[in-house]
Ligand binder design. Structure first.
Ligand code: ADP
Length: 188
């Protein structure tokens, strides 16, 4: 099964994808997590990605496509994938169409108000990437991941100012993908 999750930042794409992944036996691939991992490792790609992530802007399409193609070469992606945060532009979707089919596109609809509330209280595990929320989805022990014991942190782009910018970027560059996939694929 090849799945793409669409929806604004904070709509729950990552949370749903991480829960669906073990059920379906296919990897959850978050391009955002890949970039954050590269930033943590201090690679050249990480430095480039950071200059966009910090302001809530999108990483250029050619870089994203290289990262996606590399990731899909791994054995675990043979049976399928759940993409979370990719594609994010019409250009990425067009390029992706040339390399893979998509079976389902799931669009999550959430209001701006809820996105802002959720993202400003969102936390993530620095080790396994699991997502929590200090209001709605707390860890059992404060600051410690339930799944792997890693430490919990707040993403730098989860501040009100950057969240608002990310919402604008989503509306301009990613929202058009809803109609794009309505025409081509079974959009849910
Ligand atoms: P969210 O969906 O909560 O905004 P992500 O973890 O998916 O968070 O993405 C974080 C950041 O990583 C984005 O704001 C953007 O800078 C970059 N990014 C992730 N995926 C893509 C992509 N497909 N195209 C361009 N930039 C991306």
């Amino acid at each position: 099964m090849r799945i793409v999750m669409l929806g604004p930042p904070g709509s729950g794409k990552g949370t749903y994808a991480s829960r669906l992944s073990p059920t379906l036996g296919i990897p959850h691939i978050s391009t955002g997590d890949i970039f954050r991992e590269e930033i943590k490792k201090g690679t050249e790609l990480g430095a480039i990605a950071e200059s966009y992530l910090k302001d809530g802007q999108l990483v250029p399409d050619n870089i994203v496509m290289d990262v996606v193609k590399e990731r899909l070469k791994r054995e675990d992606a043979r049976k399928g994938f759940i993409f979370d945060g990719f594609p994010r532009t019409i250009e990425q979707a067009d390029s992706f169409e040339k390399i893979s089919k998509i079976d389902k596109v799931i669009n999550i609809v959430v209001s701006d108000e809820i996105v802002i509330k959720r993202l400003s209280s969102r936390r993530q595990c620095s080790k396994c990437g699991a997502i929590y929320n200090i209001l709605f989805l707390k860890t059992k022990k404060e600051g410690v991941c339930d799944k792997c014991g890693g430490s919990i942190y707040q993403r730098k782009d989860d501040t009100i100012e950057v969240i608002k910018e990310r919402l604008e970027v989503y509306k301009k560059q990613t929202q058009p993908l809803i109609n794009y996939y309505k025409k081509k694929n079974p959009l849910r």
